[in-house]
Design a protein around this ligand. Structure first.
Ligand code: C2E
Ligand code: CA
Ligand code: CA
Length: 242
């Protein structure tokens, strides 16, 4: 992995997030792939858990961001503003490296009309919520918002939502998969998540949406922002921007 970091081999794929009403792409999640020297691509489940457990992910994200900013510079000519959602871990909030990096890019104007967004998973605990919030407020001041990834699967329940100033819940595929299986326990959970989000004025993105039936159900529940194979798999930069 250290070799890979030096060689800038951790590259972004982009999965479109689509408004099911207009069918327009509103943004993308940036998903890391390991592009080896032999040209092969390694999916994240084969190296991210190790990288996260060993503190390597912070440097990998740094390299990933350089690719993202180059891609935006090179390809993002379309006029509609998109957001690019970056996966972070709690360690990214321990110091202001990421903040300074994003601040520099935003102030340079090279992102043009586009925005950066952050995703943090509910699966990891955040040690010091007060310190994390302090750092997050600096991101918010730059116009960068925070999305809660894997909502409903995890650790802090929804108590972190308010503490951290989260704008958006990403409804996990685990719950989307239950659509159409109403007797399932998780099917009740998806209703609870949606109801919580609505009452808390949170934006929602449904993840892992694979068919039109799921899109229709979600739309009936007021969830319009869709990420999933029903619209597109994660794509390499050139294809995504094209
Ligand atoms: P995630 O953040 O929950 O990302 C969503 C995953 O669901 C992606 O898997 C995406 O390809 C997949 N997905 C989206 N729509 C569908 C669908 O309709 N059907 C199915 N079967 N899958 C769908 P991917 O790209 O393999 O990433 C796996 C995980 O690796 C991510 O889950 C995230 O936890 C982690 N990851 C990826 N990139 C990064 C990164 O840059 N930093 C960190 N810390 N973690 C990352
Ligand atoms: Ca994510
Ligand atoms: Ca997720």
């Amino acid at each position: 992995i250290i070799q890979g970091i030096k060689r800038s081999e951790f590259v972004p794929f982009y999965q479109p997030i689509v408004d099911s009403r207009s069918k327009k792409v509103i943004g993308a999640e940036v998903l890391m792939r390991w592009q080896r020297q032999d040209g092969s691509l390694m999916p994240p489940n084969q190296f991210i858990p190790y990288a996260e457990a060993n503190g390597l992910i912070v440097d990998m994200t740094k390299g990933l961001l350089s690719h993202v900013f180059n891609d935006v510079k090179q390809f993002a000519t379309q006029r509609e503003a998109l957001f690019f959602s970056i996966n972070i871990v709690p360690e990214h909030l321990d110091n202001d490296d990421l903040y300074q990096r994003l601040k520099g890019v935003i102030e340079s104007g090279e992102l043009k009309q586009h925005r950066i967004s952050l995703e943090i998973t509910e699966r990891f605990p955040i040690g010091d919520l007060v310190a994390a919030r302090k750092m997050l407020d600096q991101f918010y001041a730059l116009g960068i918002d925070l999305k809660l990834d894997d909502a409903g699967t995890g650790y802090g329940g929804f108590s972190n939502v308010q503490h951290l100033g989260i704008s958006t819940l990403k409804i996990d595929k685990m719950f989307v998969d239950t659509i159409g299986h109403e007797d399932n326990f998780n099917a009740k959970t998806i209703e609870a998540i949606i109801s919580f989000a609505q009452k808390s004025n949170l934006t929602m993105i449904a993840e892992g949406v694979e068919d039109d039936k799921q899109v229709a159900y979600l739309s009936g529940q007021g969830v319009y922002f869709i990420q999933g194979y029903v619209y597109s798999k994660p794509l390499p930069a050139e294809q995504f921007f094209h």
